[in-house]
Design a protein around this ligand. Structure first.
Ligand code: HSE
Length: 428
């Protein structure tokens, strides 16, 4: 057996504790698999006194994660603190400068500073591994950078925020409004400290930006991700989408087009019978499409102690085995700054609105859509007790800019009650 591989772990929340537990419980198995004993030299967290249910007495304690990152007895700095800047960034930079490899679960850090950190790592002859940052326990970065390395990737899609998927599927199954299910998710501890990270699509957008960079040989560009959260999805939309044979998902889509790199994280309709449509609760799903493999679907837990610690340990084991795949699948200097696609690929749209129930109202809306070059595929008007008639339209493929102009024109007709809702229907 060769020399042990020594970790310094910064952050002892759910994930950090899970990593400690795996290393303590599976020491012999890990050593047999990678040829090194995996040891923890030192740890760091906000509170030393807190009981985490694991024995930390054998490890040195550092109050300052930067000091931990620089320790001579640390080979790999495991960053599990979170946050796009502050201590996480300072300690990661310190670790790389001191010649340590970094394993991180920090999507925000890499979404904002991925290119600079990848360059810093390569200049020091080190690497950063981030499997735990994307879709929890699903080994999607490994799938992209290793198993699918022979493919030109064409499109990646994913439901990568379990909290949003929980909220949307619970609204559907219990027939409850958004606000009520949001409160439930909060009570269950599912929401990030800043819930907007979840429901605003930011957390999932970070993950999409990392996968898009890896899939398309691009510099990470989170600012180019078009973000829309789930806060405006109503129970009426959930029911109406179901009635048309769809489910609503917070879906990330990245694809290279001749107009540039398209990155979208937004509520979309997907067929109820598709793997994405059938995804329930807090589970994640990533769909990867390549020119050779065609399509593969990965499904699994996107968060939690075991799944996220599993992903961290996968990275640690790779480093222990000497597997040093470039951070985003190819050297940082070869990652291109891909222009962002200014407009989304045309798609069918779901359009829900309420009409004043008077003669000719629906005809006016239909001709407004026709004037904008938008063709109606399916339409349904529902029975109603009051003076406004709920209407659902599924369009044929249309450019979003045309749909936007048509909605603006519809709003001028004087026949709508409230604002129309338009959601993209993704071809999955
Ligand atoms: N809050 C995230 C989720 C997990 O709900 O999937 C961490 O990224």
């Amino acid at each position: 057996m060769t020399a042990p591989l020594r970790l310094g772990i910064a952050g002892l929340g759910t994930v950090g504790t899970g990593v400690v537990r795996i290393i303590q419980d599976k020491a012999d198995l890990l050593a047999a698999r990678c040829g090194h004993r995996i040891e923890i030299s030192a740890v760091s967290a906000r509170s030393r006194a807190k009981d985490r249910g694991v024995d930390l007495s054998a490890y040195a304690w550092e109050d300052d994660p930067v000091a931990l990152a620089r320790r001579d007895d640390v080979d790999i700095f495991v960053e599990l603190m979170g946050g796009s800047d502050g201590p996480a960034k300072a300690a990661t930079e310190a670790a790389l400068a001191a010649g340590k490899d970094v394993v991180t679960a920090n999507k925000a850090l890499l979404a904002h500073h991925g290119q600079a950190l990848a360059r810093a790592a390569e200049e020091s002859g080190r690497t950063i591994r981030f499997e735990a940052a994307v879709a929890g326990g699903i080994p999607v970065v490994k799938a992209l950078t290793e198993g699918l390395a022979g493919n030109g990737m064409t499109r990646i899609m994913g439901v990568m925020n379990g909290t949003c998927n929980y909220i949307l599927t619970r609204m559907q199954s219990a027939g409850l409004p958004y606000e009520e299910v949001f409160a439930e998710a909060d009570a269950l501890g599912f929401l990030e400290a800043d819930p907007e990270l979840d429901v605003g699509g930011i957390d999932a957008g970070h993950k999409l930006a990392l996968l898009a960079a890896t899939a398309f040989g691009a510099q990470v560009d989170f600012d180019a991700v078009e973000l829309q959260g789930i806060g405006e999805i109503t129970i009426e939309d959930i029911h109406a989408a179901a009635d048309m044979g769809y489910r609503i998902k917070l879906l990330g889509v990245a694809q290279m087009t001749d107009r540039g790199l398209e990155q979208r994280m937004s509520p979309c309709l997907v067929p109820a019978s598709s793997p994405l449509g059938q995804l329930e609760g807090g589970t994640n799903m990533v769909v990867l499409e390549g020119d050779a493999v065609e399509q593969i679907v990965l499904r699994g837990p996107g968060a939690g102690e075991g799944p996220t610690a599993s992903a961290v340990m996968g990275d640690v084991m790779d480093l222990a085995r000497g597997i040093r795949t470039p951070i985003f699948g190819q050297p940082a200097a070869t990652l291109e700054k891909r222009p962002a696609a200014a407009s989304a690929t045309p798609a069918p749209y779901y359009l829900r609105f309420s009409l004043l129930d008077k003669p000719g109202a629906l005809a006016k809306v239909a001709s407004t859509l026709g004037d904008a070059g938008i063709s109606i595929n399916r339409m349904r008007q529902y029975g109603h007790a009051d003076s406004s008639a709920p209407v659902l339209i599924v369009t044929h493929k249309t450019a979003r800019s045309d749909l936007k102009s048509a909605i603006e024109a519809m709003e001028e007709l004087g026949v709508l009650v409230g604002n129309p809702v338009a959601l993209r229907i993704e071809d999955v």
